[in-house]
Structures are given as C-alpha cells and as structure tokens.
Ligand binder design. Structure first.
Ligand code: SF4
Ligand code: SF4
Length: 287
C-alpha cells in the first residue's frame, strides 16, 4: 500500500520522541551527579530516545575505526633501543596514493655520504586539503602512518597552522595502541613482532630474533617486552679489555680484530675521498 514507508518512518520519529522523555525521567539526576554518570551508558548502541550531548563539556567516545587527519608513528621516548625513532622510511607511497595530493615528504640523507637514508627529514600534511580518506594509512607498508581520533583542530589561522609538520605529526606508538588496540594487535600479529618490520629483518639477518608478538592491549606491557628483550649494555671499555685478556683463548685474536677495523676505516676513507672528488668535479662543471 502506498504511503506505508512514510508512516513507518513517522512511527520511528514518534517513538524516539516519547522515549526521550521516558529515558530522561529514568536517568533523572544521574547526568552530572554520582559516581556513575548516565553519559557513558547513553552513548551506547542500546540507548533509546534522543540524547543531547553538551559539547564541548561532554564528548562522545569515537569508535576505534574512527579516522581524522593522519599522524606518524614514532618509537616511545623510553624505548630501550631507539627512543623516538621514526617508523616512516620515507618510501613516498602515501604521498603517491593520496587523492588530493596533500602530503609532502623530504627524504633524509646521510650527512657524510649525502646518500638517501630511509628516514624522512621533513614531512608535511595540509590538513585543510586532507579528506580523511585513510588511503595513506591503508597503503603504508611499514604501519607508520595512522588516522588520528583528535578532531578538535579548528583555529583562527588557516595558513600555516593547518599544515602539520613532522614534529606535530609524530606521536608515540603507545598513543596509537591506546586509541586503536585491536588494529595495533592485528598489525603486530601480521609482522610477527611488536617491533618495526625493518628491525625484525635486521635482527633476523644478524641471527637474532625480534620481540615476538604476544597479544596485549596494554602499551606498558609492550614496552616491558621490548625492555626485557633489549641487548644488554656494553661493558665499560676497561672491564671489556680485562675480560677479553682473560677470556680470549686464541692468541692474536684481538690484534686480528683491530686489523679488520683498520681495513674498514681505510675503505671508508677511500670512499669518502672518491665522493669528495666527484662532488668537486660536479661543482666545477657547474651542474
Ligand atoms: S607510506 Fe609509510 S613509510 Fe612510506 S612515506 Fe608514507 S608514512 Fe612513510
Ligand atoms: S587521509 Fe587521504 S587525503 Fe588525507 S593525507 Fe591520507 S590519503 Fe591524503
């Protein structure tokens, strides 16, 4: 019969209208008083009626998959091996896939060799252009860029303030875990470790093992795992020399190691000299 859909829709509206008053009476006095406010209960999916949130004094908790402008994951300041290190390798994939092209990356370079290194020197996102699509986070092969939950970014300055630089974009891994524990666990499970995928590879190459993935939703537990598996600090040089002198069973082992170090230093010096010659020739030719 024609018009049934309209009547059904109106029925839903009328039900919400009456339920709003019924629920207000039921929760009366519990909005701001008492140990257990009704606010957390009435944000749930089972809530009935219409409920007014007194923003900005009250804020609705966002779901874990909520996405606002991206941020960059870095190691925590108390990471045992590489505090504050970027997870981003400046591969540039995120800036290529970004539909409105609002990501700028400057790849870092080795100060001596001037060769590119897998770290961003600068990273900018124009948050006025970003459309919060989340492609960058989806495509990043290193789990280094994530969608944030912080939606209160309004300001009176829409020129520079809304262009987030690396310092503003960088947030510790523990923050990522606190806002999205399920996704952080899924990603760590897929990497097989709580560490960055490059660290996992390096440790494997060196014959060691990275911190294995253990399910947890607590960033503190992850940090404890990292600390427990961190390499022990090097002994003091004097103590090390004494222990080598006592422990080394093969005569001439220490001189052999020194000779290897000397060879390596000579090779590096040779390479530096060649690079310097190359740079000088380039400058002379005016390239
Ligand atoms: S895709 Fe990931 S690792 Fe590559 S530049 Fe973007 S944030 Fe960095
Ligand atoms: S969320 Fe989308 S628009 Fe925003 S920076 Fe990432 S890819 Fe670009």
């Amino acid at each position: 019969m024609y018009g049934m859909g309209i009547l059904k829709g109106l029925g839903v509206t009328i039900r919400h209208f009456f339920e709003s008053y019924a629920e207000d009476i039921r929760y009366s006095g519990r909005r701001y008083f008492g140990a257990k406010s009704d606010f957390s209960e009435r944000q749930g999916i089972d809530t009935r009626g219409v409920y007014t949130v007194q923003y900005p004094e009250e804020k609705i908790a966002v779901p874990e998959r909520f996405r606002f402008v991206p941020f960059l994951v870095v190691n925590d300041a108390d990471h045992p091996e590489a505090p504050g290190e970027d997870w981003c390798t400046s591969c540039g994939i995120c800036s290529k896939v970004c539909p409105p092209q609002c990501i700028w990356i400057v790849r870092g370079e080795d100060p001596v060799t001037k060769r590119p290194i897998p770290q961003p020197e600068a990273f900018y996102i124009d948050t006025d252009i970003c459309m919060n699509c989340g492609y960058c986070a989806e495509f990043c092969p290193f789990d280094a860029i994530k969608m944030d939950h912080d939606y209160e970014l309004a300001s009176y300055d829409r020129t520079t303030y809304h262009i987030h630089d690396k310092a503003r974009l960088s947030k510790p891994f523990s923050y990522w875990m606190s806002i999205a524990p399920t996704t952080a666990n899924e990603e760590a499970r897929d990497r097989g470790s709580w560490e960055h995928s490059d660290v996992v590879k390096e440790k494997k190459k060196a014959g060691g093992a990275a911190v294995a993935y253990t399910p947890t939703e607590s960033p503190a537990e992850v940090l404890a795992l990292l600390k427990a598996n961190a390499p022990k600090p090097e002994p003091e040089p004097e103590a090390a020399a004494a222990s080598t002198a006592v422990a080394s069973p093969v005569a001439g082992e220490a001189p052999a190691a020194e000779a290897a170090d000397g060879e390596k230093a000579a090779r590096l010096a040779k390479r530096e000299a060649a690079l310097a010659r190359k740079r000088a020739a380039k400058e002379q030719s005016g390239e």
